[in-house]
Design a protein around this ligand. Sequence first.
Ligand code: 13P
Length: 274
Amino acid sequence: MQIGNCLFAHLLICQFCYPMSTSRKKIAAGNWKMNTTLPEAQELFEAIVRMLPDVSHSTSVVVAPPYPFIPVASKLFRNQNNLFMAAQNCSSEEMGAFTGEVSAEMLRSLAVQYVILGHSERRKYFNETGDVIYRKLALSLKYSLRPICCVGESLKQREAGEQKDVVREQLEETAFMFDARQVGKIVIAYEPVWAIGTGKTATPEQAQDMHAHIRTLLTDRYGKEAAEGISILYGGSCNSRNAAELFKCKDIDGGLIGGASLKAEEFIAIAQSL
Ligand code: 13P
């Protein structure tokens, strides 16, 4: 009974503590992708919680484990002010007969705060189109999840000099479908496809150039104040050796980290670079 009440109070509080801010947040987000078993996940969660005091309180550390391990982490993450739980995806449908899907509302009921949407692996392997990603964004916002909306060009598109148009089009069919109030709850992640899992990080100049482009697009559409409040993360072979140089750039507000987030020391070192 007491545990039930406690959980209810926790969920109720979370319902109102949307991790929103007017000045933009610095975020280190770890996308574990389809890695770890339960014991490995548990060990990694515990190590992150143990090392969290080494990270500035003003940095949000976001962890996106595979779905089944979310409840395990939720217990450990409770009472950690700057540690947030994310999912790697959610359904584009709200509820019902969609075998194997996980809804935004389910995630919310697990006290998940962020959800990664439109990742290039979802676009490539699961044929997610702009329309599908838009529907996921809308449901996430409806259930007070904060979406991390991913965009980024392929190598072919960069070699053709099309990267800025590609990213603009991806934003136009996803995040830019929302009004200023809603877009303020979205985090944007620029992840050039050629940099993901390849060890070929974008240079700070390349990354800053694209982040500034995204900020300009946001300014044109929503005004300067709104654009300045939106966090734009970089993702793609980011590690503890290159993070500081990337995070120094004016429009890079953190990272969406894949491989390097599977080692607690490495992930925390990246978060410390913010
Ligand atoms: P890597 O850091 O492994 O390149 O992955 C980046 C990524 O896809 C994060 O979402």
